[in-house]
Ligand binder design. Structure first.
Ligand SMILES: [Zn+2]
Length: 411
């Protein structure tokens, strides 16, 4: 039975089709719970997808399908054979369709809806089952969305960057992230933590964007410094104070482990189990912990001296300018030498070697604090999907959820 003319024109309107595409047929399969909308191209000519010239139709492709938004609870499919036109310049080409992106198996409306749902659903699995899509289909929609968003970001100036690393899988497998410190978003993720990885991160920005970067916050690690120097002509490198504080904490802990072991062997258990007392900042301690700490400090352990030096260094960041900071650093370095604990001396020497890029903090006042916040968001992405076999999917999901990209489909 031929469809009612009102039904075909209704779908023509719903799909927002231009006049050269017609709804030929709408079939409903009650048992298959499916609606099939068959479209035909009605013109004798079509635009070459390369140059936009109107060309003669050469032939048609075989039937292709696109998943559309469901009609009521019925899965809705668009079916069409696409005209191929013959362009004088570009040869035989398949025309673009107004309802779907190139190579997509979904209509633009379906993709828009899927993106919205994925964005607002707490679990990708829940969104996939609502959309009745498998893992690969979801992956494809996200990949396309991220690509669209990245293309739109090309014209933006980004002044302050943070480079950070985090573990990807168990063991020594790392990913390195590039973050926008002002907007609190992830700009790019690359696999590994190498010279090449650091360069690839910064090369994700175009030439103009690279010139607009004012400063980069990162750990004291040579490949980061090399990449910044090579690719960002106007940027200062600022060694991140949270990374520095971590080195100092590790040094205190190394002193404690050694001293605790030595005392323990002599039957003195006072340092056993004290690890976390030394690692917390005093202002974050509960009353009980403050008492414990002051009791330990009274014993004049080497660990107490290391702890005091670590905490003394916190004043460094509060000094207003490079002169004051340099003066303080010299004073602190002398104290470290006097106390003579190897782990602290090693950190002091590390800071001395990188001192120029530590002083830049007083010009830009940036840190990786934003990156830390993003790391916990990435952790959620990681937890929401059991094991990523391909790094590419992991990257896409991080950028989809933490990239603050404009992924909207504009038709
Ligand atoms: Zn052409």
């Amino acid at each position: 039975m031929p469809p009612l003319p009102s039904l075909t024109s209704h779908y023509h309107q719903l799909l927002g089709l231009p006049p050269n595409w017609n709804v030929e047929n709408v079939t409903l399969s009650i048992t298959g719970k499916q609606i099939e909308i068959r479209l035909v191209y009605t013109d004798k000519q079509a635009e070459c997808p390369e140059c936009g010239q109107l060309c003669k139709i050469y032939d048609h492709t075989s039937e292709q399908q696109w998943r559309h938004l469901d009609t009521m609870q019925f899965e809705t499919i668009i079916v069409a054979r696409l005209p191929r036109c013959k362009c004088k310049e570009h040869g035989v080409k398949t025309v673009r369709v107004p309802w779907a992106a190139r190579h997509s198996r979904f209509t633009l409306m379906f993709e828009s809806f899927a993106i919205e749902l994925l964005m607002h659903c707490s679990s990708i699995k829940a969104a996939s089952s609502m959309l009745n899509l498998n893992w690969h289909a979801v992956d494809e929609i996200m990949r396309r969305a991220v690509k669209r968003g990245l293309n739109r970001r090309e014209s933006e100036a980004i002044a302050y960057l943070g480079i950070d690393e985090k573990s990807f899988k168990a063991g020594q497998h790392y990913v390195t992230t590039l973050n926008d410190l002002d907007k609190g978003r992830v700009l790019e993720v690359v696999e590994h933590r190498t010279n090449e990885a650091a360069k690839a991160l910064l090369e994700s920005l175009n030439k103009k964007q690279q010139e607009q970067v004012k400063a980069v916050s990162a750990d004291m690690w040579k490949p980061y410094a090399n990449a910044v120097e090579e690719l960002l002509p106007n940027a200062d490198l600022v060694h991140d104070r949270f990374h520095i504080s971590k080195y100092l904490s590790e040094a205190v802990d190394a002193v404690r482990r050694k001293e605790s072991r030595e005392l323990d062997q002599a039957g003195d258990k006072r340092l056993v189990g004290s690890k976390y007392v030394w690692l917390r900042n005093p202002e974050n301690m509960r009353e009980q912990q403050k008492v414990e700490l002051s009791n330990l400090m009274a014993c004049e352990f080497k660990t107490s001296q290391a702890w005091a030096l670590k905490n003394m260094f916190r004043y460094f960041w509060q000094l207003g300018d490079t002169d004051g900071a340099s003066f303080f650093f010299e004073y602190w370095s002398r104290r470290v030498d006097e106390v003579g604990l190897t782990p602290l001396i090693e950190v002091k020497e590390l800071l001395q070697r990188h001192f120029d890029h530590i002083l830049t903090y007083f010009k830009h006042a940036i840190t990786n604090a934003v990156s830390e916040g993003l790391n916990s968001k990435i952790q959620i992405v990681k937890a929401s999907a059991r094991g990523f076999h391909r790094f590419e999917s992991y990257r896409n999901r991080i950028l989809f959820y933490c990239g603050k990209l404009n992924m909207a489909i504009s038709s």
